[in-house]
Design a binder for this molecule. Structure first.
Ligand code: PPS
Length: 397
């Protein structure tokens, strides 16, 4: 199918239009997501591959299989016939492990020369048209841990009020002064975006802050997201979520191997006391509700998979560990994200094959670097399409 001609059946706004808040808040917020989170990959089949896949279909379906850590096919494990899903929309949510997930999709699509839909400017200009077959995926994190990560990663603790030699932690002091910080004007003045602090997941998923205290709207919105998203992963169950993803997309074990990205250095992490945890849960109660619903949904889905899900999970954990042992040097390494920001990084062993080095190096690549590489690649792909007089591929509203 030509993705220029595809109808908007899976547009979020179209599917959720019956909801109270969808018509305005959702669209606007989605635009903001793309502004904050530059990567918003939608993997698309290139035309030549679509043709090829049709041929494959008539000849027989693909069979999922298991790979060992070297990338060689070890043995066919699963025998349920299925066809790998290659049309994917991944919606990034701040500080949920989303860069690691992006770096699973990036090499997957890159290796197969799939087309990435990436924003040309800062925004993706929703609502967009997506094929009916597109799978919508996102990831959430336990709200207190997410807030602690946001708070420290974006140096909010430096910008907010912290008395000199205070015995309280920055988060404790933030909550002691919460009435003061409640207004976005105060935080704006400090150069802090309240949307990162106030129910950041729901905001990234499109619900404007003005609705966050309205339980009916929040519940409606969550119901809508449940219909809309094919898989909502959870950072706390990262491996479980990935194995489910692999099964839902009919991918191979090798396709979901990853290196954890964007992890703060230990000294930047802050212990969250029980009291602060409860304060965060109250402050971000809409995100707590969202998380609880999708926690339940994830486990319902896992239970439906049956006991062999856990066999897959244990194979995956072993393969991942073996890959790390084979490819990564021991020790602590840092990688620079931007001028002042360093996070945990990796160094590859020198005694691995060149082929393996290339694959694994891409898996350790930081998101922004991968993004600019993909942007160059997609530009070239589009030129090739033009050269074949097939016409440019555009995202249309
Ligand atoms: N696989 C896996 N398992 C557990 N935790 C993981 C994983 N991958 C990433 N992370 C943690 O996710 C945090 C970074 O999230 P994001 O990549 O979404 O951040 S960003 O918004 O794109 O900057 C960051 O959390 P903090 O270290 O607490 O800041 C990462 O450590």
């Amino acid at each position: 199918m030509d993705w220029k001609e595809v109808a908007i059946n899976k547009s979020l706004t179209a599917r959720c239009s019956s909801s109270v808040v969808m018509s305005y808040g959702f669209v606007m917020s989605i635009m903001r997501i793309a502004e904050f989170n530059l990567t918003f990959p939608l993997i698309k089949e290139p035309r030549h591959r679509l043709k090829q896949e049709r041929v494959n279909d008539t000849e027989g379906n693909a069979v999922t299989s298991s790979y060992d850590f070297t990338g060689n096919q070890a043995q066919e494990k699963t025998s349920v016939p299925c066809k790998p899903v290659n049309n994917i929309l991944f919606l990034k949510v701040h500080k949920t492990g989303s860069s690691t997930v992006t770096n699973i999709f990036n090499p997957y699509g890159d290796k197969r020369d799939l087309i990435f839909a990436l924003p040309t400017e800062d925004s993706f200009h929703w609502p967009l048209r997506f094929e009916e077959t597109t799978r919508y995926i996102t990831i959430l994190r336990d709200p207190p841990a997410q807030l602690e990560s946001v708070f420290n990663y974006y140096d909010i603790y430096r910008k907010t009020f912290q008395p000199q030699s205070s015995p309280t932690t920055p988060l404790e002091s933030f909550f002691q002064n919460i009435t003061f910080y409640r207004s976005s004007r105060v935080l704006d003045g400090l150069g802090v975006d309240l949307n990162l602090l106030k129910n950041p997941s729901l905001f990234d998923l499109g619900l404007d802050r003005e609705y966050h205290e309205n339980l009916t709207v929040v519940q409606d919105y969550i119901r809508c997201l449940q219909q809309e998203f094919d898989l909502v992963m959870l950072m706390e169950y990262f491996d479980e979520s990935l194995v489910l993803l692999k099964r839902q997309l009919c991918w191979k074990m090798e396709d979901i191997l990853f290196f954890k990205l964007n992890e703060r250095v230990q000294k930047e992490k802050q212990h969250i006391s029980n009291q602060v945890r409860e304060q965060i849960k109250k402050w971000n109660s809409a995100d707590v509700l969202l998380y609880d619903v999708f926690n339940q949904t994830l486990w319902q889905k896992i239970m439906k998979e049956g006991p062999d899900f856990f066999e897959d999970l244990s194979i995956f954990k072993k393969e991942k560990e073996a890959m790390e042992n084979k490819c990564l040097r021991k020790g602590k390494f840092l990688t620079k994200l931007w001028v002042r920001k360093k996070v945990q990084g990796y160094k590859l062993k020198t005694n691995i094959s060149r082929e393996l080095n290339t694959t694994r190096a891409k898996m350790t690549m930081n998101e922004l670097k991968y993004l600019s590489y993909l942007q160059r690649k997609v530009t070239k792909q589009l030129q090739d399409v033009d050269d074949n007089r097939i016409g440019p591929i555009r995202m249309t509203r």
